[in-house]
Each structure stands twice: as structure tokens, then as C-alpha cells.
Design a protein around this ligand. Sequence first.
Ligand code: AHG
Ligand code: MN
Ligand code: MN
Length: 339
Amino acid sequence: MPIGTTITEFIIEEQRHIGNVSGDFTALINDVVIACKAIASAVRYGSLVGVLGAADTENIQGETQKKLDVISNNLFIKRNEWAGHVAAMASEEMTDVYHLPAQYPRGKYLLVFDPLDGSSNTDVNGAVGTIFSIMRRPEGTIGEPTEDDFLQSGDHQVCAGYALYGPSSMMVLTTGHGVNGFTLDQRIGEFILTNPDMKIPADAQDFSINASYMRFWDPPVRRYIDECLAGKEGPRGRDFNMRWAGAMIADVHRVLCQGGVFLYPTDRKLRAKHQEGKLRLLYEANPMSFIVEQAGGLATTGEQRIMALPPANLHQRCPVIMGSRNEVERIISYHLDAQ
Ligand code: AHG
Ligand code: MN
Ligand code: MN
């Protein structure tokens, strides 16, 4: 039986095509892939190996960590710190920049990640995943990377991807040349190209938002969702459908496959806590925006393109509205109307 194109083979060929590459990037992706396979395995065995439930610790965001948040973070760090391709890392689950142990060589890439997105789903056997983003260390910087080195806008990403641990494990990746999806073939332990050149349909009928916050929404978001809810009888003249997985990665993956809009907007309740949004710019919003834009969609806060935002700190949050181009354009126009 033919194996198909493995993710490593795909990246090597893509890099060859670009030319003038050292192989460092391919080797880095290879380690990211191995880390995600290890996390997929931990997630899959769940209760059988005692990895579900809370870890009795809090992260910098003040969120109670799940055991799998901690396990996934450690797996990701250990797999990516040794080979000499990475200069430093930053994670949603760690307060500060992670500096590599002294014995390992420093590379030219900065790796940032959300080790387990949607981790509240672990205890109900729901979909979770890992999100990552790769930037170059700024030219001319020497010594150990600092937080400032990581504060690059999303437009500086050289690669972004996610691994979704659902009924099958998938990895979806962009290096700025379109988006490709790979499915883990458990029989041979390799991600195989199954979804080449993924494109988000420009129009959509699905929207994805936590409607329990409706009373806190700003008028433009309220207007968009109200019009969707009004369906055929409303100004849109057609019916819409609502989905919410509780894991951005699963909701955005559905948008990528079938079209739709994912919204985690700013609202009155978040602003009262001095937060502009819930999702984190570096670990969640930027990588998913890079993928969505590369698949032909749009990603905005409502007022600004997410990937143009200059990050102020590692754990900055931002409003997120992303998906099918025509729907996101409509939501942007509602924000303009409200100004
Ligand atoms: P994480 O598990 O990494 O903290 O992320 C969870 C995020 C995101 O994936 C999801 O869309 C959102 O939080 C859900 O938030 P609500 O519980 O407010 O709906
Ligand atoms: Mn997350
Ligand atoms: Mn997380």
C-alpha cells in the first residue's frame, strides 16, 4: 500500500522550492511534529494513564492548569530545546521567556506555543489541540533572547500551525505558501498529506461564538449575530447555524474546512477586567490568523487586522474575529458604522 506524502517530505520539498535554506527550519518542524505526536498519545490514553483532571497549579493568566496543560508544555519544551534550531521559547503556560539549558546550542528561531488549547475539554473527551508559531530572532540581537525579541507582529511569523487531537489527529501548517493539512496515520506514526491547499469558502452559514456573553457584547457584534439569528425572515434572508466547541482550534478548524466565522470579541465584561479580549495574541490569535489568511479568509479584532498588531507583552490578549472573507468584511463594516 503506498504511504502518501509525509509531513517531513512535504516540508523538505517546499523548502527546496524556496531555495537558499539551511535545513534548520525543516529539522525544527520535525521536532515540533514529534512533540505533537507525543501530546496526541497522552491525550488519547486519558484516564487509562491518569493524565486527566486539574494540576493544582495556576498559570500566569490566573487559570487553573490541567495536568495535560503541564504535561504538554513539558513535552513541547523538552523536544524542542536540544537541537540548536531554537534561540528561546515562550508558552501560554509559562510566565517568562524560556531560556534553553546552558549545554544546548542556540539557533535563529523563536518558538511560541499554546501547548493545549481548549484544555477544559480534556475531562469530557472533547477536541483539544496544540498551536505554535515560529519567528526569526531579530537581526543583530546577541546573548539570550529577551521578551522584546518576541514582541513582533504576526506578519513576522515564518510558520504557524496547529495539531488537532480529535477523532483523528491532524496537523495544519502554513509557511506563507498556502495551508496544508496532514492526518496522523497511527499504523506508521506519520502525518500524511490529506488536505492539500486548504481554502476557506468566502461565504458561510455557520457562526461560532459563546452566546452566554451576549448581554456584554458591543453593538456591532450584537447586530451581526442578531441578523444571523433572524434567519430567512431577517435582513440576511437566509438561515444560519451555530457551533461552539469550547476550543478555538476545533472551531477554527471547522471554519477552515467548511467556512464560517469564529468570534471571541471584546466585551463589557472583559474590559471591566482591563482585558481587550480573552485569547492570547502570540499563542492563539496570530498563528490562527496566519493560517486563516493563507487559506483566503480574514482575521480582525473588528477594528484592526490581527497580524498588524504590535504586541506589548508576551501574554497580551486581543479580540478575535476570523473566517470566511465576506462574513468578516461585513462584521468589519458594522464596526465602522458604529464609529
Ligand atoms: P486554553 O484552553 O488554551 O486556555 O484556551 C481556551 C480558549 C479557546 O480555545 C476557546 O475558544 C475559549 O478559550 C473558550 O472560552 P469560554 O470558556 O469563555 O467560552
Ligand atoms: Mn488556548
Ligand atoms: Mn492552553
